[in-house]
Design a binder for this molecule. Structure first.
Ligand code: UDP
Length: 444
């Protein structure tokens, strides 16, 4: 097989760039050369995740966005971005289309792989006769749910376990307003429509088979899964303080608490989660993050006396923690997660049961999915959408240690085994499909 050169262009979120990078690593072992394009604000962190062995096969390409008011270059990333600046980041990203077209013509790749937020990228590629394939990093469950509302307004989603609760109606309303707003709907639909022959999606048929079939049928294009793409651990993933602390705990005794790379807890949420962890009497590692420029002292943010009361039972880490290293540790027995798709797949990869506390966007849908397939239990809120410490503590205890949670612990391990048995089969199929796209394009 001749070498195929691919330009990869993910959205500017950490949860998007890392799956692209992991796919890149897998492809380089199968005779592909990858150019990974993002902003300098993202590339500086990504660089550390690329070991020497990929130095020649993965090259980083900088995309410079215009500097809009309130959005200096170090904020050209969703990691740590204050939520109110997200629309400005999207605007600056769209404005970078001409710069991206220049990158395409300088590199002249055989193929472009692009994310769902930039349907202008495959257009720029087609002007230069470069075929393009979309790679969606979210779940097939959410993607099929979304396209169902776009294509069949007013018809109930056929998989009834997947729904928004009454107190989450604002998320469904947002989806419905996207479905009726031509500009937003077109962004998602055109991204898929402009993808040559197939659409790549993160996940596995053994986990989401029926949703993959349904979305393929809805949009009339084959969705091909790339697997879980859990990151390879690098030396920077070591954190001696955390490992040393975790080593002293008992097997499966500790909960890891994290809400991903983009969400910031409100003061009320911090308070309720802290009290819930305290009431649960379970060991925990909690990653607490603040938007860039709005960092606060832990002692002033957590309930008074919290750190003293929990003592050695809890470790609060500020900003960022090596999630994979932690989830892979024998002494972790549960993951209290916002149900970002990457986190859910990582938890399944390590056989860790999930305590689901979805916050916004697609997370409620993924939380329902997690519970439906039996690898987690959701902490259901009250009718007003408030989280309660008592319920939080109950679910933590159930999932980590009580007899009533045995089913979820067993299921999580079964899922880990199934996923590891599947190995890299999906990547082989992806390679065959990508070669087919490139060959048909060059022959036409
Ligand atoms: N992550 C991490 N350390 C942290 C927070 C997040 O390593 O302190 C990683 C996590 O392992 C996952 C990604 O960031 O790969 C978060 O992606 P996810 O889809 O779960 O959530 P998002 O950030 O997109 O909301």
């Amino acid at each position: 097989m001749e070498t195929i050169r691919i330009l990869m262009f993910p959205w500017l979120g950490y949860g998007h760039i890392t799956p692209y990078l992991e796919l890149a690593k897998k492809l380089t072992t199968r005779n592909f050369i990858i150019y990974l394009c993002s902003t300098p604000a993202n590339l500086c962190c990504i660089k550390q995740k690329i070991s020497e062995k990929y130095a020649h096969s993965i090259q980083l390409v900088s995309l410079h966005l215009p500097t809009l008011p309130g959005l200096p270059p170090h904020l050209h990333t969703t990691n740590g971005l204050p939520l109110d600046l997200m629309p400005t980041l999207k605007e600056a990203f769209d404005m970078a289309e001409p710069e991206f077209a220049n990158i395409l013509s300088a590199i002249k790749p055989d193929l472009l792989i692009y994310d769902f937020l930039q349907p202008w990228a495959p257009l720029a590629a087609s002007v230069q006769n470069i075929p393009a394939v979309e790679f969606i990093t979210s779940s097939s469950t959410m993607t099929s749910f979304m396209f169902h509302y776009f294509k069949k307004p007013g018809v109930e989603f056929p998989f009834t376990k997947i729904y928004f609760r009454d107190y989450e109606s604002k998320f469904l309303d947002k989806l419905l307003s996207c479905a009726s707003n031509p500009e937003e709907k077109d962004r998602a639909s055109e991204g898929v429509a402009r993808s040559c022959k197939i659409v790549l999606i993160k996940g596995s048929r053994i986990i989401e088979g029926k949703y993959i079939d349904y979305v393929s049928e809805l949009v009339g294009k084959k969705f091909v899964t790339v697997g879980s793409l859990v990151q390879e651990l690098g030396p920077d993933d070591e954190d001696f303080k955390i490992t040393e602390w975790l080593n002293k705990k008992e097997k499966k005794s500790t909960v890891f608490v994290s809400f991903g790379s983009e969400y910031f807890l409100s003061n009320e949420e911090i308070e309720e989660i802290a009290h819930g962890l305290e009431l649960s009497n379970t060991n925990f590692i909690w990653v607490l993050r603040f938007p860039k420029g709005e960092e606060r002292k832990l002692e002033e943010t957590l309930p008074k006396g919290f750190l003293e009361r929990v003592g050695e039972r809890g470790l609060v880490v500020e900003g960022w923690a090596p999630q994979l290293k932690i989830l892979g540790h024998d002494n972790i027995g549960g993951f209290l997660s916002h149900c970002g798709w990457n986190s859910v797949l990582e938890s399944m990869h390590f056989g860790i049961p999930i305590i689901a506390v979805p916050m916004h966007l697609d997370q409620p849908i993924i939380a329902r999915f997690v519970e439906d397939i039996g690898v987690g239990v959701e902490v259901v809120r009250d009718s007003k959408g408030q989280l309660h410490k008592e319920r939080l503590a109950e679910v933590i205890k159930q999932v980590v240690m009580e007899k009533s949670g045995e089913f979820v612990r067993i299921k999580a391990v079964e899922m880990k085994v199934k996923i590891s048995e599947k190995g890299d089969q999906e990547i082989d199929e992806v390679v065959a499909e990508l070669v087919d796209v490139c060959t048909s394009s060059s022959s036409s």
